[in-house]
Design a protein around this ligand. Structure first.
Ligand code: BJW
Ligand code: ZN
Length: 236
């Protein structure tokens, strides 16, 4: 713990990759395991363009339910510790796969949302995007002013990551002296590949997770425990 604290204090640049585990203690369900269920559906079967094409109302009901949970959620001590780490660091980039915006709420600034935001809606016809924080949405599925069907502004399987943001994430991972990988199962690509990218760039890689993941064997330190408990201790 002491060695990692010192590493963080002295690092020229820090990049962090976060996943659903960081928001778990704020009451936001993760994707995999028993948590990743809604009614009788697996979360991962709903997060696809095919599911949306087949049944947009069903997929929107799931997103509306998640938006409602997230609207009540507050950043936990892991989000707050990462915002504090940014304030204390020279170069800091937070790459998040989470769509809940809880890092923004905690005060993080340099955030790359590689899977989008659940608060953005995008028209499938005219492509216009806007923030819509209404919970619940008045009509499901919601429609654009142009009459087109709106979709959540998130990245589904088989879709490209947002232009510009992914390149910045790769650059930050490559240039990092310390790379933290926190609360992600590290199975979804290309985000999981950032761990390798950071290693190739020479970073010390530290993982925080309640269980081991496919990248645990490749990192310099694997801290087993909850992010909300461990991150504040690393900052103390
Ligand atoms: C705690 C904790 C606590 C719990 N403290 N820890 C084969 C090889 C490589 C790639 C592919 C492949 N086959 C297909 C692909 C591509 C595919 C992919 O990766 N598939 C794999 C699953 C096999 N990827 C894509 O399609 C991506 N796009 C792409 O590749 O574009 C190029 C392309 C174009 C055209 C065709 C093909 C390719 C896009 C991926 C988009 C992922 N989208 C989602 C949904 C977002 C919207 C939404 O929120 O609804 O993103 S899926 C879901 O998984 C979500 C998450 O961001 C993402 C990652 O999940 P995460 O965050 O890791 O959560 P969990 O639940 O998995 O894990 C939680 C972890 O926390 C666990 O480890 C717990 O132990 C831990 N934890 N409590 C610390 N308190
Ligand atoms: Zn439109």
């Amino acid at each position: 713990m002491d060695a990692i604290r010192q590493l963080l204090r002295e690092a020229r640049s820090i990049a962090v990759l976060t996943g659903a585990g960081v928001s778990a203690e704020s009451g936001v369900p993760t994707f995999r395991g028993a948590d990743g269920l809604w009614k009788q559906y697996r979360a991962l079967d709903l997060a696809t363009p095919e599911a949306f094409e087949r049944d947009p109302k069903l997929v929107w009901e799931w997103y509306d339910w998640r938006r409602s949970l997230i609207s009540k959620a507050r950043p936990n001590s892991a989000h707050l510790a990462l915002a504090e780490l940014e304030r204390q660091s020279r170069h800091f980039t937070l790459i998040t796969q989470n769509v809940d915006d809880l890092h923004d709420d905690a005060g993080s600034r340099n955030i790359l949302k590689v899977h989008g935001s659940i608060w953005i809606v995008r028209c499938t016809e005219c492509g216009r995007e806007r923030t819509d924080r209404r919970v619940p949405l008045p009509e499901l599925p919601p429609k654009c002013d142009c009459g087109g069907l709106l979709r959540p502004g998130v990245v589904w399987f088989g879709e490209s990551l947002p232009a510009g943001i992914w390149e910045k994430a790769e650059e930050a991972a490559h240039d990092a002296a310390v790379f933290l990988v926190i609360g992600t199962s590290a199975v979804v690509y290309p985000s999981a590949g950032l761990v390798q990218t950071s290693r190739r760039g020479g970073a010390k890689v530290i993982e925080i997770n309640v269980e081991t993941t496919p990248v645990s064997g490749t990192v310099d330190e694997c801290l087993l425990g909850s992010a909300a408990e461990l991150l504040p201790r690393l900052m103390a």
